[in-house]
Ligand binder design. Sequence first.
Ligand code: ADP
Ligand code: ADP
Ligand code: MG
Length: 626
Amino acid sequence: MFKSVLVANRGEIARRIFRTARRMGIATVAVYSEADAQSAHVREADHAILIGPPAARDSYLRADAVLAAAQDSGAEAIHPGYGFLSENADFAEAVLAAGLIWIGPPAKVISAMGRKDAAKALMIKAGVPVTPGYLGEDQDAENLQAEAARIGYPLLIKAVAGGGGKGMRRVETADGFLSALTSCRREAAAGFGDDRVLIEKYISTPRHIEVQVFGDQAGRVVHLFERDCSLQRRHQKVIEEAPAPGMTLAVREAVTTAAVRAAQAVGYVGAGTIEFIADAGEGLRADRIWFMEMNTRLQVEHPVTEAVTGVDLVEWQFRVAAGERLPLTQDEIKLSGHAIEARLYAENPASGFLPSIGTLEHFQLPDGVRVDSAVEEGDEVSPFYDPMIAKLIAHAQTREGASDLLAEACASVEIWPVKANAGFLARCLDHPDFIAGKVDTGFIENRLADLAQRPAPSAALQTLAAAALMASDQGEINDPWSALTGFRLNAPPPSELRIYVDGEPFDAPMSDEDFEADLLVLNDASVLFEGGEAFAVSSRPPVRDPASLAAGNGEIRSPMPGKVVSVSANLGDKVLKGQVILVLEAMKMEHTLIAPFDGIIEALAVSTGDQVSEGVALARLKADIA
Ligand code: ADP
Ligand code: ADP
Ligand code: MG
């Protein structure tokens, strides 16, 4: 076994790989960008080496800087994590050429599976059923349209080099084909440097089922059962589980056999995932599940597989890369219980899932579940990378047990002042259809209004807030602005108290009971947590905040640093409330900025491609009084 490993990544995956390395007595080397100098993965590593400025292309995506860091630190092996350089065949080759151990499949396997069209062609050859569609070389728009007609609508146009849910367009009817093709190509060229596309039949009632495979250097391949990753938002996974709900032995046999055959066909080494799409209209059926793509790396959701098999997949990666044989044979790998993972993102579901950045002044994650976290209390969520800050993984004997445990864990997350999706995750997990295992990739989209909206604070929370505010306000009884004027210690307690929760008035029911209110007081805010949501409470009416004034005067400002990816209105245009003005890309996601009211575009300060910092005025709207 090698004695030291460099992790060419950041955040939770770097920390998770270090954990296994430490347990195995392997020294750890971190690389980091200027934005991550204080981050947890740097603090925890034995050595840490700065590789460049914050932007990923100047640091975590720079193969030369990572290799130089390996040479400087004397690291013997490189683990790429996921994202960044993990599926970059040139990087894998350069690592080997530098005399280092590459913890991943051979470069030629990465390139064979990296393009969705080439991968599908290979799978057809290996006898694995693939999603019906067109993979052809002829990229002429007319030809593609003719192929689309042959395949039938609805369909998906996918960038052959795409990933992370990007470079994909669903087309409902022939009318929409050409414009979708144009925009898909544009996104593919900008995002992946390759504008070629393939076409796939859109599978109805789709479920995302994937199989974890593992190969060693002697050509042995095993699978570690399946995961279901159907709970997605914009084609990106949110909640994943193992095994798949409603899985039958026959379907499991079909997908795992196909996955192992696929991995063997390409000479796979290390951890990999074969993704399938199933038409679950009539439950899972062996003849309605097709190969979609292969990911030649460890997957974000690998912990659910670890939980149900008891295998440490990173340890296996280390062993296989060091030339050892797979620790277990297929017969020795057993499935035990059920595991579910939820991805905690620094984002606000109530405002269109806008990412949230800043200092985690308060950050408490639950006990009783596995926590793979990128950050600790006091750390920063920076605007430069993925907004995923932690993963929570519950394991229990039954699916119901695991979902109960995870829902409770998500509901007890406490984060302030950064916004997070913990309440949203808890609501997904508590939803009767989720509990019944009725999941498909439209689950979140179809119930978005219910799931994204934060419920009002409960009466119990209001009572608690009132009691706590009253106790903390007693020193300020003469303050004319205080809602508590008139409160006297020897008078009978009032039955209601006017309080403000995030600026909104509530008449909180008072109680005679003595409350141990766990009010968190931070700087100028008093906060209570409930159901994974943070509620800022006050006994005073709100001072109007500049952000709401900004919306009122028609100023559209950039909510965070990012890049303008499209501008859909021109100077002087009449727009309606809710109409899209421009789309900003930040933290790897697109954010749509809309007109706050009906009006006329009076100023437009940016155009497509512009880089903007936080708070910059992008456009201004004048109310349309006519
Ligand atoms: P998966 O299929 O495993 O969910 P994706 O296809 O979504 O994975 O791609 C992996 C994603 O992992 C990348 O797109 C990126 O957003 C994310 N990622 C990369 N590095 C990190 C990291 N250090 N911490 C968290 N997420 C990361
Ligand atoms: P990426 O490389 O971005 O992960 P995938 O090809 O794995 O792209 O697709 C991402 C998601 O898009 C899938 O998990 C699934 O939800 C949806 N999807 C992909 N192909 C199809 C299809 N043919 N029919 C229905 N949904 C699909
Ligand atoms: Mg995928």
